[in-house]
Design a binder for this molecule. Structure first.
Ligand SMILES: [Cu+2]
Length: 155
């Protein structure tokens, strides 16, 4: 009897492992990149990330930028400053928003001007708790920051 139970058990384990990694797909909502003016060397990319299982955004790549970093905005005294962070935690089932004034993807050393209506391809690298990495290709439209904000009095 003992000899029969072992192969059956390992088949179940393999199925469970495969099922977990296929399920750990991070979804990206509303990605966009802030438009630039000529000679501007840096801009931000924003989006909403939802992870079904606890994971972490660890890297972003894009062909339009020489350097891509993950940044956060934080108060230092009375001054809002941005700084690079090693990654963004994505809690299970809880959407994380990258937006102006908060977390953002910093595109630096831009190779071209990014004009409204264009599309920028970003590659997100997400690491699960098991240290497995998945890459997600995102097509982000280029938008002006102020189009939805109303007054448009900012320089
Ligand atoms: Cu930044």
């Amino acid at each position: 009897m003992k000899g029969f139970s072992l192969p059956a058990l390992s088949a179940v384990v393999i199925a469970a492992v495969c099922g977990t990694s296929a399920f750990a797909q991070v979804t990206v909502k509303d990605p966009w990149v802030r438009a630039t003016v000529p000679q501007q060397m840096a801009t931000g990319a924003f989006m909403q990330l939802s992870a079904p299982a606890e994971s972490r955004l660890v890297e972003v790549r894009s062909s339009v930028a020489g350097v891509v970093e993950i940044h956060e905005m934080a108060m230092e005294g009375n001054v809002m400053k941005m700084r690079a962070v090693p990654g963004i935690e994505l809690p299970a089932g809880k959407p994380v928003e990258l937006k102006p004034g908060g977390y953002h993807v910093m595109l630096m050393d831009l190779k071209q001007q990014l004009k409204e209506g264009e599309t920028v391809t970003l590659t997100l690298v997400v690491e699960g708790k098991d240290k497995k990495r998945e890459t997600i290709a995102v097509k982000a439209p280029v938008r002006q920051l102020n189009t939805a904000a109303g007054s448009g009095t900012k320089p």
